[in-house]
Every structure is written in structure tokens, then in C-alpha cells.
Design a protein around this ligand. Structure first.
Ligand SMILES: Nc1ncnc2c1ncn2[C@@H]1O[C@H](COP(=O)(O)OP(=O)(O)OP(=O)(O)O)[C@@H](O)[C@H]1O
Ligand SMILES: [Mg+2]
Length: 288
């Protein structure tokens, strides 16, 4: 009881302060290797060029690699924040664009083990992000492991990435199914990556939304756009640079700029609750 009241008190004190809160967008997929990390990196650059303050949380407890895409070598990760050795600011690395990268390392894997004091430390640190970011991207691992699901469920928007490959489509469906059945997520956005032509992406969208309509009730899948297969992106990856920096004006780059812009348009529903403390609380609750 006493433990709970500390967190409740923290929530109440945060709620009493008037703030605008960042939008938390999870970028996720059923199947791995479909382009999540590159999409997050390029969309983050696109939004920072539009004047948004962007933070990326590497929420992949397996092989984290957003730092590689930006050619950064972070020394610390979220584990050091939990232990109180470092503040979030000290752990966060900044790209040349001013984007903050929060390396997860294996730190997020241990959330179940956190003591109440450690949770409060983490909550307080996350709350400090509210003043520093307009958009927070979560680059999650692939699949339906509980870590991935918790982060998706706690976000304001869940962007599912798939390709035209049947396995990727089936796995995207499985992810949305488990998210809707276990966490009540009712709204997803779809990006189809590595497409030859837009008609192929539309087909993927149609087959997924038909399956959702048929087998799951009240789940809405919105088409967020498609990204062409583009060798320039692979070249950028090989040189550890961001496509939008290395080769401006490519088809894939333009598509990611346009998708990023559409994600931040309009007000979020229920966003009054969508603050970072709320986000972390949902993560903690899910981990219990
Ligand atoms: N639009 C594209 N055109 C061509 N190649 C692409 C495109 N998008 C991604 N790729 C290729 O796919 C590879 C994997 O991309 P990325 O690491 O972003 O995927 P991921 O979904 O984050 O993978 P993981 O599930 O392992 O985290 C890239 O290194 C690149 O070679
Ligand atoms: Mg990745």
C-alpha cells in the first residue's frame, strides 16, 4: 500500500503541473529486419528538420542498433539511470541534428526486478523528458515478446512496419492480434517498406485490414504510407549514415519525410493522459 501511494503521489503532483506532453510513437513489427530502425532514424531527422524536438528510445532489449545508424557509441544506458549512477541527461547521446538517443541496452529487460525507489527514480527522470521533447520514438525489437508488447501498449501511436513478404504480413497480423486481445489496443498504423510500387503496399494493407475485420472486432488499421525499396538506403547503412543526410531527395527518403509529417498532424485522442509518467506507469504495470 505504502509503495503504491508514493507512485500515486508522484502521479498527482505531475498531473497538477500544466504541461504539454510529447507524443510517444512506437515503431514495431512482427518480423525482424523490415526496416524499423532506419525508419525511426530517418523520420526523427525529418521531424527535427521541421523544428520538432525528438528523442529516440532504444527499446530493443536484444540487439540495439539505433546508435549504429547514427554512428554513435554510447557509454551508458538506461540501466545506469535505474541504478541512480547517471541521470537521463547524462545517458542520452545527441546526434549532430540535436536528436536525443536514449540507449536501452539490457536495462529495460530488468523492469520487473525494480524496487519501488528505483521505479520512482526512473519516473522522475522520464518526467524530465517532457520539457525537452515534442516527439518520442520507441524503436522496439521485432516479434511478440512481452517487452515489445508493453512498450507498444504504453505508446500513444503504434506504427507497424511490414514488407510485401507473406511471412512479414502474417507476423504483423499476429502482433496486432495479440496487442488487441491482451492489451486492448484498437488502433494501428501500417507502413509497408521495401515496395516496388504503391499498389503492392495497398494490397498488403487490404489483406491485413480484411483479416482484422473478419477475425477481430473494432480494430482499426490506418494506412500510413509505403517506402520504396531503395539501394541508396543500403548504401547509407553501410556507411553508418542516415539516408536523409547522405543522399537527399531519394524516393525512400521522401516517403519517410512524408510519413513522419503525417504522424505528427492533428491532436492525439486521450492525450491528456498520455504523459510520460503515465507511459512509464503503464510499462511498469504491464511488467508486473
Ligand atoms: N526501403 C529500403 N530499401 C532497401 N533496403 C532497405 C529498406 N529498408 C530497410 N532496408 C534494409 O533492411 C536492413 C534492415 O533494416 P533495419 O535494421 O532498419 O530493420 P529492423 O526492422 O530495425 O531490424 P531488427 O528487427 O533486427 O531491429 C537495412 O540494413 C537495409 O539493408
Ligand atoms: Mg532495429
Amino acid at each position: 500500500m505504502a509503495k503504491h501511494s508514493a507512485i500515486e503521489k508522484h502521479k498527482a503532483s505531475v498531473a497538477s503541473r500544466k504541461k504539454t506532453y510529447p507524443r510517444v510513437i512506437a515503431v514495431t513489427s512482427g518480423k525482424g529486419g523490415v526496416g524499423k530502425t532506419n525508419i525511426v532514424g530517418n523520420m526523427a531527422v525529418a521531424l527535427s528538420r521541421m523544428g520538432k524536438r525528438v528523442v529516440i528510445i532504444d527499446a530493443d532489449v536484444g540487439l540495439a542498433n539505433i546508435d549504429i545508424v547514427f554512428n554513435l557509441r554510447p557509454e551508458y544506458n538506461i540501466r545506469h539511470v535505474v541504478s541512480g549512477e547517471k541521470t537521463l541527461d547524462e545517458v542520452m547521446v545527441k546526434t549532430s541534428h540535436g536528436i536525443g538517443i536514449l540507449p536501452g541496452g539490457s536495462g529495460f529487460a530488468d523492469l520487473t526486478q525494480l524496487r519501488e525507489g528505483e521505479k520512482l527514480t526512473l519516473l522522475g527522470e522520464f518526467e524530465s523528458l517532457a520539457d525537452k521533447a515534442d516527439v518520442i520514438f520507441l524503436d522496439t525489437g521485432a516479434g511478440i515478446s512481452s517487452n515489445v508488447l508493453y512498450f507498444n501498449a504504453a505508446s500513444d501511436q503504434c506504427l507497424v512496419v511490414a514488407t510485401t513478404e507473406p511471412t512479414s504480413i502474417t507476423d504483423a497480423y499476429a502482433l496486432m492480434k495479440v496487442m488487441s486481445q491482451e492489451y486492448g489496443t484498437r488502433h494501428f498504423k501500417l507502413v509497408v517498406n521495401m515496395v516496388e510500387k504503391e499498389a503492392d503496399a495497398k494490397r498488403v494493407y487490404a489483406s491485413l485490414s480484411n483479416a482484422l475485420d473478419k477475425f477481430l472486432k473494432n480494430v482499426v488499421l490506418e494506412y500510413a504510407g509505403c517506402i520504396p525499396f531503395d539501394m541508396n538506403l543500403q548504401k547509407a547503412v553501410r556507411s553508418r549514415s542516415i539516408l536523409l543526410d547522405k543522399t537527399p531527395g531519394t524516393p525512400a527518403g521522401n516517403a519517410m519525410v512524408s510519413i513522419a509529417g503525417s504522424l505528427v498532424k492533428g491532436e492525439l485522442k486521450n492525450h491528456s493522459q498520455g504523459n510520460l509518467t503515465f507511459f512509464m506507469n503503464r510499462v511498469f504495470e504491464a511488467f508486473q
